[in-house]
Design a protein around this ligand. Structure first.
Ligand code: ADP
Ligand code: GLC
Length: 477
């Protein structure tokens, strides 16, 4: 697998969670799996073994050299491409002045590094690329290594974790990426006059997956296709949505080192202590344990639906609720929550930081988890919430549609502020007046199984099919 991030090494979002837990789940099923990622500055190499020196990376006209480090974790070798000119910097995608100017060549280098690992250190049958950062790998493989015996029979899978991030660069950059001019065609890498890495991954891979069945359908529509819906329809026979899973060794209130008290579906007593702890942590009043706490953990981005909250903020400030929001990203949404907190410091609190510990505390200490995402390829926090007995209120889209139902949460559609308020009202009504129903929802959610088993089995079947070990047709969405 090729990725730009993976827990516990480096994380900005759900992609990292997936790459930290799907590979071990595959390994546990007997699918030998390795992961290749950049050695970003923030990754500590303590305990790592240096397994290759001077791996040549030919990126466009320049030759770079990388060393490769290896850390074994839960039966999976993680290989780190250590190439300081590209990766020894703060911010894995962006610095204080915006996206790194050379993100195209940086991630082209990752792709070359991964091909080097496949040549020298781990011979795969399948190379599974994740998101635009790994999108050029299938392109390089098909363009340059078609006749290379090392790669005979190697098949590629490309997983779209988010259609909204294309990795789109100026046409002039083709040369610096070592790509011939003729790949700049609308049926290959060109998209609206630019080189598009995501499109490269989709076009050149043998099979494409995305992270929920509903999202696999949605990306074939103009509304959610980000201009690539036609391409997705064309590739529909080679596309499948596989719902992500949850790593319950990290996300379970029974044994979570970050939360104030342990609890489980059978014994919920500890959740009250977690709620008090969360209120204290966010500086919210702890006087009335019956006031519902609504938790948010999110990247602050347009995708996540905060425009809906902005639209009805004037209404929300009058509700007898408390909102604890944890997130980083676009300043406008941080400002929104700061503004709410300044108007009603007893009801709203925001922590604009990236904190694993606080994320766990919000999951455990809230009564309701709000996720009004405009679109959501899969979404992990709603599934974490279920495990913590925190009832999700979600927009019925993508993985939110697939993982939440009437027995476990509240869904709204269409995507409108009023629909969201209706769902929140419904949740608060059951919370306040229907304690047994509420408790049943919590317990049902806690007992749902979203472990990686099911997804790992599906990926394993797909790999076997592509490697020619199984002639059974692999269903597409
Ligand atoms: P996305 O990848 O689109 O951001 P997901 O729901 O798939 O959304 O995954 C988000 C992951 O990032 C979750 O593990 C969530 O807990 C984590 N996360 C998001 N924001 C923060 C934050 N400010 N602090 C800690 N963890 C965060
Ligand atoms: C992306 C998506 C999110 C998904 C995650 C992991 O970041 O936005 O919905 O859960 O990838 O697949």
């Amino acid at each position: 697998m090729v990725t730009s991030e993976a827990t516990p090494f480096i994380k900005t979002g759900g992609l990292a969670d997936v790459l930290g837990s799907l590979p071990p789940a595959l390994a546990a099923r007997g699918v030998e799996t390795a992961v290749v990622l950049p050695r970003h500055r923030a990754i500590s190499l303590e305990g790592a073994e240096r397994v290759w020196d001077s791996l040549p990376l030919l990126v466009g006209p320049y030759q770079y050299y990388a060393s490769v480090w290896r850390i074994d974790r839960q039966g999976v070798p993680y290989f780190f491409i250590d190439c300081p000119p590209f990766f020894d910097r703060d911010g894995i995608y962006a610095g204080p002045w915006g996206d790194h100017w050379d993100n195209d060549t940086r991630f082209a280098a990752l792709c070359h590094g991964a091909l080097g690992v496949a040549r020298h250190l781990f011979r795969p049958d399948i190379i599974h690329c994740h998101d635009w950062q790994a999108g050029l790998l299938p392109v390089y493989l098909k363009q340059f290594f078609q006749g290379d015996p090392t790669f005979y029979g190697v098949r590629t899978v490309f997983t779209i974790h988010n259609m909204g991030y294309h990795g789109s660069f100026l046409k002039e950059r083709l040369y610096w990426l070592g790509l011939p001019e003729w790949t700049f065609r609308p049926d290959l890498l060109e998209h609206h006059g630019r080189v598009n890495f995501l499109k490269g991954g989709i076009v050149y891979s043998d099979y494409v997956t995305t992270v929920s069945p509903t999202y696999a359908g949605e990306i074939q529509t103009p509304e959610h296709g980000f201009g690539l819906d036609g391409l997705m329809r064309a590739r529909a026979g080679f596309l499948k949505g596989i719902l992500n899973g949850v790593d319950y060794s990290v996300w379970s209130p029974e044994n979570d080192p970050h939360i104030a008290a342990a609890y489980s579906a059978g014994d919920l007593a500890g959740k009250a202590a977690c709620k008090q702890d969360l209120l204290a942590e966010f500086g919210l009043p702890q006087d009335d344990p019956d006031v519902p706490v609504i938790g948010i953990v999110s990247r602050f981005a347009t995708q996540k639906g905060f425009d809906l909250i902005a639209e009805v903020a004037h209404d929300l400030v009058h509700w007898n609720i408390r909102i604890a929001a944890l997130g980083t990203g676009e300043k406008q949404y941080e400002e929104l929550f700061r503004h709410l907190a300044s108007v009603r410091p007893d009801r709203f609190s925001v922590r604009a930081t990236f904190s694993e510990k606080l994320a766990h505390k919000v999951e455990a200490g809230s009564d309701i988890f709000l996720m009004p995402s405009r679109y959501e390829p899969c979404g992990l926090n709603q599934m974490y919430s279920l495990r913590y007995g925190t009832v999700p209120v979600v927009h019925a889209t993508g993985g939110l549609e697939d993982s939440i139902d009437q027995a476990t949460g509240f869904k709204f559609r269409p995507y409108s502020a009023w629909a969201m308020l209706d769902a929140l009202r419904a949740a608060l009504t059951v919370y306040a007046t229907g304690k047994p129903t509420w408790r049943a929802m919590m317990e049902t959610g806690m007992r749902r199984d979203f472990s990686w088993n099911a997804a790992a089995a599906e990926y394993a079947t797909l790999y076997r099919h592509l490697a020619g070990e199984s002639f059974a047709a692999f269903g597409a969405s």
